[in-house]
Design a protein around this ligand. Structure first.
Ligand code: SAH
Ligand code: SF4
Ligand code: F3S
Length: 454
């Protein structure tokens, strides 16, 4: 008699860190003999890797969970796991809310999934949320793409922005060693990956927790040094990184990006607000003038660099005039893309307690006004690509038009052109841009550049 393989399903919410963690956890599950199931209703282990950055992100998790918890009454062998930031935030109380859960595990425990599950299979209900030192993981992640990959460089965040749950749920900064990062990148290069995004919540903080200082008194391992150390990994054609914090973004880093050919001319530097009083209340540690200087410096070295950011509207006490300063910053800088959000009070953060909260109406109205401006500016910024030849790294078929492939330009704009994915996947193609939209481009292929042999 053959027994069919046990199956697992993962749904991922939230940011790139969660996506990277999910890929690692999927790798561990496959190592344990599980097979991926797209449909959660066919899976024996269901894992939700959760996000709690805003209330609506968290509520979404509960509605998914409710459905599966019900199913567990008919299928008692089903294993239900909540990982990620809601797990860390809620811990034990999640078990009281959803007693059907088998395992609640914070993001720092992603690498320990095998041990934790084994304990569950022995009949325990497990909560793993205590702070731990994150070990190097030896199992292979199951990566979603064969072309682009994430590589963590630093976990956690030591900032204390007054609106943000991340430090509570991701713990203190823990940098991986340059050697471990490079080793992972080399392996990716050998496996045929072409693009790597280095990840950290506050990537400029890289190395602060590693030992050693230089003769000038700066940390021996800064993010800039890391870029120099990894930029020539064979096979890798493009490097990106996120997220940068304006407080620590240095000219030295900008110079390195301009100098190192594989580093793409795209910078994601959240500013959150264009008003100095609001920035102060957020405890961001910079002014809008400093933010503008950073962008000016980037554009001095790389005039065509694309710039994206995150912004929050309706922070407690934000006046109409202060909000207009955000609009002004967006208008002046001209972002290629901006992730916008209405402020959402989060448990365990200082700003949630303040009495000067704004109404949902005001927050939504500001969000809409900001989004409108973002679209106008992005469309303007897109115009510069018209008629130009851009290098596109082909990632996939265009899901809406199978005769086309899609990929990204160095500036991180989505681009489409006619072609066969089987021939083009993972290729760098020179594309003449014939159509521009606010956030994407269409063009005609001119030339396929043969990637350098590994
Ligand atoms: N480390 C990054 C951001 C991580 S969170 C940084 O420092 O910029 C991603 C984005 O979510 C933030 O940039 C912010 O714009 C948004 N965000 C975080 N907390 C929020 C809250 N309480 N309400 C609304 N948006 C929030
Ligand atoms: Fe949150 Fe601030 Fe840390 Fe970013 S830098 S993760 S916004 S606390
Ligand atoms: Fe969300 Fe956690 Fe990322 S709260 S944004 S998944 S760090």
């Amino acid at each position: 008699m053959t027994t069919s393989k046990r199956r697992y399903h993962i749904t991922t919410f939230g940011c790139q860190m969660n996506k990277a963690d999910s890929e690692r956890m999927a790798g561990i599950l496959e190592d344990m003999g599980f097979e991926f199931s797209e449909d959660p209703n066919n899976a024996d282990v269901i894992l939700y890797n959760t996000c709690t950055i805003r209330d609506n992100a968290e509520q979404k998790v509960y509605s998914y969970l409710g459905r599966q918890a019900k199913r567990k009454h008919e299928q008692p062998n089903l294993t239900l796991v909540v990982a990620g930031c809601v797990a860390q935030q809620e811990g034990e109380s999640l078990l009281r809310r959803v007693p059907e859960l088998d395992l609640v595990m914070g993001p720092q425990h992603a690498n320990r999934l095998k041990d934790l599950l084994e304990s569950v299979f022995e009949g325990n209900q497990v909560v793993a949320t205590e702070p731990v030192h994150i070990m190097e993981d030896i199992t292979q992640p199951r990566r979603d793409s064969k072309v682009t990959a994430w590589v963590n460089v630093i976990y956690g965040c030591n900032e204390r922005c007054t609106y943000c749950v991340v430090p509570n749920v991701r713990g203190v900064e823990q940098s991986r060693t340059p050697e471990a990062i490079r080793a992972e990148m080399e392996e990716l290069g050998q496996q045929g990956y072409k693009e790597i995004t280095l990840l950290g919540q506050n990537i400029d903080a890289y190395g602060r927790d590693l030992p050693g200082v230089t003769s000038e008194g700066r940390h021996l391992h800064t993010f800039t040094d890391l870029l120099y150390y990894v930029h020539d990994v064979p096979g890798i054609e493009r490097l990106r990184f996120a997220t940068s914090h304006p407080r620590y973004f240095t000219e030295r880093l900008i110079k390195a990006c301009a100098e190192l050919p594989k580093v793409c001319e795209h910078f994601h530097i959240p500013f959150q607000s264009g008003d100095n009083e609001v920035l102060k209340a957020m405890a961001r540690g910079y002014t809008h003038e400093k933010y503008r200087r950073i962008i000016d410096t980037i554009r001095r070295y790389m005039p065509d660099a694309s710039i994206s950011a995150d912004a929050i509207v309706g922070f407690p006490g934000e006046t109409e005039e202060q909000f207009e300063n955000t609009l002004k910053l967006v208008d002046d800088i001209g972002f290629d893309q901006l992730n916008t959000a209405a402020y959402s009070p989060r448990p365990g953060t200082p700003a949630a307690w303040w009495t000067n909260q704004l109404s949902e109406e005001v927050k939504n109205d500001r969000l809409q006004r900001l989004n409108h401006l973002v679209n106008v500016k992005a469309a303007e910024r897109s115009q510069r690509y018209f008629g130009r030849i851009e290098e596109v790294l082909v990632e996939d078929q265009n899901p809406k038009d199978k005769t086309q492939v899609m990929g990204r330009t160095r500036g991180n704009r989505l681009a489409f052109f006619t072609g066969d994915i089987n021939e083009l996947k993972g290729q760098l193609v020179k594309v003449k841009i014939t159509e521009v939209r606010a956030f994407s481009l269409t063009g005609e292929p001119i030339e396929v550049r043969q990637a350098m042999p590994v």
